[in-house]
Design a binder for this molecule. Sequence first.
Ligand SMILES: Cc1cc2nc3c(=O)[nH]c(=O)nc-3n(C[C@H](O)[C@H](O)[C@H](O)COP(=O)(O)O)c2cc1C
Length: 356
Amino acid sequence: MNDKATKGTIERKQNHVEICLHDNVAFNGKTTGFERFAFEHDALPELSLSDIDISTTFLGKKIGAPLMISSMTGGYSEAATLNQQLAEAAEQFGIPLGVGSMRAALENRSYRESFAVARKYAPSVLIFANIGAPEIARGLTETDINTMLELLEADGLIVHLNAAQELFQPEGNTDFRHVLEQLTILTAKIPVPVIVKEVGCGISASAARRLIEAGVKVIDVAGAGGCSWQKVEAIRYTRQFGQETRFSVPALEELLNWGIPTTQCLLDIRRLKKESPCFSDIEVIASGGIQCGTDIAKSLALGAQLAASARHLLKALHEGALEKTIASWLNDLRAVMFLTGSATTAELRHKTLIIT
Ligand SMILES: Cc1cc2nc3c(=O)[nH]c(=O)nc-3n(C[C@H](O)[C@H](O)[C@H](O)COP(=O)(O)O)c2cc1C
């Protein structure tokens, strides 16, 4: 890959962090849907708050809590500091961590350390490599796969599907042909599980079925209601070319807020798993707009193995409050478990959610 392309990838990753920290990139009028659900209160919990165990398992490994730090960054020097800090928090709480797209590491050796740092500071947790659909469509070589996995001693590869983001991205790649075909080839030859995620538009039951049939082991729904990547890219486009003019005014608002709300994805995929018993081993991650521990608790009751968050945790990190934020979310989770009489996350998964 030439230097100009690598420079573009680096600048884009820097812009993403800056825009997510300082601009309004939230969905407008569309929510995750978590606020529509409430747990049935248990007046007789018959347990002590101090005995509650929030640990769970993911991909066969015990983890400290059902929370993951979603894929965000890497590929430029400041990203090394971010990945180090995210990794330290992941290690402290014993929770999984995803790094951002590793395209830059494949394009240029100099940026590999900004990813590798994650494993250095989180030696014992699950860490996931990350690559985008356009790279998958082109076909990953054995060398590409080995580079990503070895840099992180990765426990899995996350592939992100981001059609709407690429559509709005000034330099976006909108050729999404052959993604499924290449995913099938990839899952057959890679030695670790493949996780597929969206980046904020959600994964429907129909898309999940095709992904599972292609050999994908985990679906991270990354639904609508949190960070809108169409908005992030629209801001970059406007800064680069002036006012956004590619779409008509009435359609623009709908496109910027495009996507399936997170809870809708969870309900649809839970139904799919019920209807297809052969999919019962597939694990689901709830993400897209997770912003507290009650969201995590509801995610489990809606069929997710764990929840994951990106932008809210990035903001917390920026404010010097990452560990404090995670600790408070896990306390929220303990509170819900206490009030529903759930001593373990396994018990919480079976509690009744009422639509309010
Ligand atoms: C600064 C930033 C950079 C991101 N970069 C990536 C990436 O490289 N790969 C990826 O799969 N997702 C990336 N994401 C998307 C998140 O992993 C997540 O799916 C999305 O932001 C929705 O979750 P949220 O509402 O909790 O932010 C990024 C998110 C943020 C905030």
